[in-house]
Design a protein around this ligand. Sequence first.
Ligand code: SAM
Length: 278
Amino acid sequence: MAGILCLVPTPIGNLGDISIRCKKALEDADFIAAEDTRVTLKLLNHLEIKKPLISYYEHNKQVSGPKIVERILAGETCVLVSDAGSPAISDPGEDLVRLCAEAGITVTAIPGPCAAITALSISGLPTGRFCFEGFLSVNKKSRQEHLSSLLHETRTMIFYEAPHKLQSTLQDMAAAFGADRRISLCRELTKLHEQVVRMTLGEAVSYYEANPPRGEFVLIVEGAKEEEKKELTIEDAVQLVARQIESGVSKKDAVKAVSKETGLAKNTLYDAVLKQLG
Ligand code: SAM
């Protein structure tokens, strides 16, 4: 009989957050697939658990994934962990879950630490409807396309970000969504220096210029107001293009992205941009 794949979340900063069920799943597993075996070994040592580890991460998943599936089909139970938080959420795992499901293997997950949900819950922004956007790309064009695709997003948005990219991300967000949009910056969650900074995007740009960001961040950004969505004029669209140009996107690409998002005809928008921005 085939074994199962069990996704086990691990602490995002506080070892006390490992649950009794997670510990038991790790103890009961035949082997553990880990994003970084050295990181997981530290956790296992803390829990006094000894288990065979196999590495499963972005750059070996094509080879490692099928091997894991084969072992589970042969009857072994595999626990999948990432370095911190819930596997498969901006972490390796998505492909392994798909492979296992396709092979008819039972996949189960134990609920537990996830930076996105922890941050959302303490953000002070609406939690009724939200969307998870993960990391913005470092590539300027895909980054702008991603932000443009969110211009009309009315749900609260969740982003992950590394500290060294925070300032440019805040500038790009302020340019795309407007400086008055509210944001909650949730830093070092569950750790000693946990902090939630609630302000506008414009204020956040100045704040982090004066206070260089340190530690891990989740950004919770307020969604667009329904009125903003309905009242978008050609002048507003030109301003959106202007902001994108300011952040380094070419005029042509900015017009293309904004026209796609707003539904305004590309030529009309391009003419208005030429007239107003030159
Ligand atoms: N799978 C993980 C989860 O469920 O939270 C997320 C992994 S993703 C590669 C790592 C990102 O999560 C970090 O860059 C940061 O944005 C966020 N993150 C992880 N731990 C955090 C913490 N303790 N405080 C704030 N953000 C954190």
